[in-house]
Design a protein around this ligand. Structure first.
Ligand code: SF4
Length: 708
């Protein structure tokens, strides 16, 4: 909706950074420059914006780094040259057809992004799965949310976040684990802070090897050893059972697996668990008492649990706490995975991952495949899952994968063991890079570059962490010849000769996506652009004849999506399968975000104000470890793993445990030097079920840099 003010037009949209999904009012002046302010009428942020959101206009107005026209390299020895859209897409289609004919559909792949809009995800997924005949589509959301997806599916029967943000003000105990929402989900966390300030009896438990800003309002900070989350969650589970603080009626009537769960949590004493976790028994007891006393209990987590070689098990061990206490499907209670990216949820809804089908249908289920196949009317959907994010680059290295199309993501900074990824791109026979920015390192390896429109330059929808769908307005024209991603894909599909991609506009793509959700648990057949705009935002499911704002909470009837309709308690083992530290690599490295930067900094890195918080990459190290290694504040330090090295300045803090170091994940190559790039050292291990990488745990050697 637009409102005309003096010489400006105002539009509502949604922040394109994190999964909180704050509403933004964009004011556009006569020259087309924009400013932003928080949308006071938006139910998520009620007018507030964090530092990243409130400075979005600086990044959006700066077009100096934009890709402006398509470019093609006609063979590997030639430079890129400017071409028109038809030529770029015809060339790409010709190369794709050659590989598909010669090596089969699995010789090509799309690697996309949680920044893509739902419509974009939908058409890319339809193209590769429904027409090319491969499931080789994966997304950088694999790097952040896939363990939660599998955890929800195994425990609740489907990838379904049960809670909503309004539950925050109804809860009296929060267990925040493997997350630093004070920095990474700031506006959501401000709601928790305000709730606690108004209600001092609200208890906050934080589990994290680092003392982050989130701990500043914690009643208990469980500063656990990295990787010991499951041991901690089991110990809390045991105490809840021992103290009689579980809901036996709920367990009996609505769950399966309690006896096996009891066996596993009672297999370690409290004292054994405390020793493994590196914290006191008293602190675990206090946390369990707070949870046991709660009337409304929310578990909140993100990458600290998900980005692990046992990420799914970590998720399950946490969801178990909600299940044994019956804190799910009621106001103020539930497990709540905080989504990293703005539309990771939308990507999951359309099935835009290597092992999923639209509307949470199951790729392994022949009936589900047939349903989607019939709907799309293309080729048979392959029954075997496609390559996941890390597998794609491994397959480029081995030569199994010939062509990769990278959309709106920067794998040469964000992928684990990134030098392996770079080797893969060097060996790739054909690389297409579709991006708004001319900065990603991937462009160096591109055979085709396609300029994409970005935030405010295209319309579409996104879904935030609480299943809230919002509409994003097109507010300004894209520079040069840049096009919306969905349009690029539809034009390409038509060059390939596929039908079903001649959508008259983006709302028609959304309508098709909505129709395909009919009869599923995420039914949004009652939605279209007009309704989303009228309602401003809605939460799925939103079936036909729905008249309100959608579904705030799931499982209020205590009926779960499993075959038995009961939630499943999984008795997961608490072993740590990450790379073990040893004499050569004695430190555990954990990685994460800083407050004012976003991912690989392609947008936030353009804003001077945001650099004022922290301007350079750094390593956090405990002062006792630093003293032993003769490292002082701001000394340059070498960090080495079995895969590579990083060289950054030291930041000494007692907020990190001895034996553990932390690197932020944002920085890539600077002037050709890749020693700021944290992922030179991270591990290529992944969770066996979710295939999410183990970013939070690898063995490293740390020493003061000595000039040669
Ligand atoms: Fe944007 Fe997230 Fe900040 Fe909200 S909390 S303004 S969605 S970055």
């Amino acid at each position: 909706m637009t409102v005309t003010k003096q010489n400006t037009h105002s539009y509502t949209t949604t922040c394109c950074y994190c999964g909180v999904g704050c509403g933004i009012v964009v004011n556009k002046d006569k020259k087309g420059n924009i400013t932003v302010e928080g949308d006071k009428n938006h139910p998520v942020n009620r007018g507030m914006l964090c530092s990243k959101g409130m400075n979005l206009h600086y990044a959006a107005n700066d077009k100096t780094d934009r890709l402006l026209y398509p470019q093609v390299r006609f063979n590997k020895n030639m430079p890129l040259q400017r071409v028109g859209w038809d030529m770029a897409l015809e060339r790409t289609a010709a190369v794709f057809k050659t590989f598909i004919n010669k090596y089969g559909p699995d010789s090509v792949a799309f690697y996309v992004s949680g920044q893509c809009l739902t419509e974009e995800y939908y058409v890319i997924n339809k193209l590769i799965k429904g027409f090319i005949g491969s499931n080789n589509i994966d997304t950088n959301s694999r790097l952040c949310m896939s363990s939660a997806v599998v955890g929800y599916k195994m425990a609740l029967g489907e990838d379904s976040v049960p809670v909503c943000y309004d539950d925050i003000e109804l809860a009296d105990c929060f267990f925040v684990t493997g997350a630093n929402p004070a920095w990474c989900h700031p506006i959501l966390w401000r709601r928790v802070e305000a709730h606690k300030a108004a209600n001092p009896n609200v208890k906050i438990i934080v589990a994290d090897p680092r003392k982050t800003d989130t701990c500043s309002i914690a009643d208990v900070h469980l500063q656990i050893n990295p990787g010991t989350d499951i041991t901690l969650n089991h110990a809390i589970g045991r105490l809840l059972i021992e103290n009689g603080d579980v809901d036996f009626d709920f367990i009996k009537n609505h769950t399966e697996g309690f006896e096996q769960y009891k066996q596993i949590v009672f297999s370690k004493t409290l004292s054994e668990a405390a020793k493994i976790c590196g914290i006191s028994e008293e602190d675990i007891q206090l946390a369990a008492r707070h949870i046991g006393n709660a009337k409304g209990f929310i578990t909140m987590w993100t990458m600290g649990l998900n980005q692990s070689a046992v990420g799914v098990n970590k998720n399950l061990s946490l969801i178990n706490l909600n299940l044994i206490t019956g804190h799910i499907g009621k106001p103020g209670s539930g497990p709540f995975s905080l989504t990293g990216q703005p539309n990771a949820m939308g990507g999951r809804e359309v099935g835009g991952l290597a092992n999923m089908l639209p509307a949470h249908r199951n790729l392994a289920n022949p009936a589900h495949r047939k349903e989607v196949e019939n709907f799309w009317g293309g080729t048979a959907i392959a029954d075997k899952p496609g390559l996941t994010a890390t597998e794609m680059f491994e397959a480029l290295n081995s030569g199994r994968l010939k062509a990769i199309w990278i959309i709106c993501t920067n794998p040469l900074v964000s992928m684990p063991d990134v030098r392996m990824v770079e080797e893969g791109l060097k060996k790739a026979k054909f690389v297409v890079v579709q991006d708004a920015s001319n900065k990603p390192e991937t462009l160096k390896y591109a055979d085709v570059i396609l300029p994409a429109a970005t935030w405010t330059e295209k319309e579409g929808t996104m879904t935030n962490s609480e299943r809230r769908i919002s509409y994003l307005n097109k507010i300004v024209d894209a520079p040069g010849e840049a096009l919306p991603d969905a349009e690029i894909i539809c034009r390409f599909a038509q060059k390939m000769g596929y039908h079903g991609f001649d959508f008259p506009d983006f709302s028609a793509i959304y309508d098709e996506h909505a129709r395909l959700t009919a009869g599923t648990n995420i039914d949004i057949t009652g939605l279209n652009y007009q309704i989303i705009k009228e309602k401003k935002t809605v939460q799925w499911p939103y079936p036909q004849h729905e008249t309100g704002r959608g579904t705030q909470r799931l499982f209020t009837d205590k009926i779960f999506y499993t075959p038995s309709r009961k939630a499943i308690l999984h008795p997961v083992p608490d072993e740590i399968t990450s790379e073990k530290p040893d004499a050569d690599f004695p430190f555990i490295l954990t990685t994460g975000r800083i407050r004012d930067q976003w991912h690989t900094m392609s947008r936030s890195g353009k804003v001077n104000k945001l650099k004022q918080h922290i301007a350079q990459a750094f390593i956090e190290i405990n002062p006792e470890d630093a003293r032993r290694l003769n490292i002082k504040e701001d000394d340059v330090v070498d960090i080495r793993s079995r895969r590579g090295e990083v060289r950054v300045k030291a930041k000494l803090t007692t907020g990190i445990k001895k034996g553990v170091v932390f690197l932020p994940m944002h920085w890539g190559k600077i002037l050709g030097n890749d020693l700021n790039r944290t992922n030179n050292v991270t591990s290529s291990l992944v969770d066996p079920l979710s295939k999410e990488p183990d970013f939070k745990f690898c063995a490293v050697h740390v020493e003061k840099y000595q000039k040669p």
